[in-house]
Design a protein around this ligand. Structure first.
Ligand SMILES: [Zn+2]
Length: 197
């Protein structure tokens, strides 16, 4: 799975998606190609080094799975349940998330820089050492989650529930927070301002 292959369309220099011969731009996202990729993903519980860059996933379940070193950059997730799944060292920058269930998930050392999240349920999750820099969150709950050492620098949050969360060493510098609740969280252990040297 770690083998990197070029898209077979002449002149295209992008990497081919896993399970296919072409990149996302050259894959016709018909129902059948989506079903094909989705069914391939369901053939195993653990995946390593997948390239799913710019894939669109909607109305599906990828629950209790494990992804390591996988590329999900620019992916669109709509009405997707990843409940109980684990992601380690994965690339999710500039991804789009709408109406997804991410409860009881575990993300470690992943990057979501520049991503957008709307109507997301991320309760009871571990989000450790995550890069959320420049992300925009609208109506998102992290209730009872551990965000230890995650970075939310330059993030925008509107209607975000951070109640009962571990915010130790979480970096919020330059972020804009509107209707954000922090009840029972250790927000005093988070970093809100740049430390002037
Ligand atoms: Zn291509």
């Amino acid at each position: 799975m770690n083998e990197r292959r070029r898209c077979t369309v002449p002149g295209c220099r992008r990497e081919a998606l896993s399970f296919t011969q072409v990149c996302a731009d050259h894959l016709a996202f018909s129902e059948s190609s989506f079903e094909f990729l989705y069914n391939q993903l369901l053939t195993a519980k653990n995946w390593e080094g997948l390239n799913l860059r710019r894939l669109t996933l909607s109305n599906c379940k990828l629950e209790s799975m494990e992804f390591e070193g996988c590329n999900f950059e620019g992916c669109h997730f709509t009405d997707v349940s990843l409940r109980g799944s684990r992601f380690e060292n994965c690339f999710l920058d500039y991804s789009f998330w709408q109406s997804c269930n991410l409860q009881e998930s575990r993300f470690m050392f992943c990057s979501f820089a520049g991503s957008r999240f709307r109507d997301i349920d991320w309760q009871n999750s571990d989000l450790l050492h995550i890069n959320f820099n420049g992300c925009k969150f609208t109506n998102v709950t992290f209730h009872s989650s551990d965000l230890y050492f995650s970075r939310l620098i330059n993030a925008r949050m509107d209607r975000v529930n951070l109640d009962d969360c571990n915010l130790k060493r979480v970096m919020f510098q330059n972020s804009q927070l509107k209707d954000v609740t922090l009840k029972y969280s250790n927000d005093e252990e988070a970093e809100w301002e740049w430390n002037l040297i």
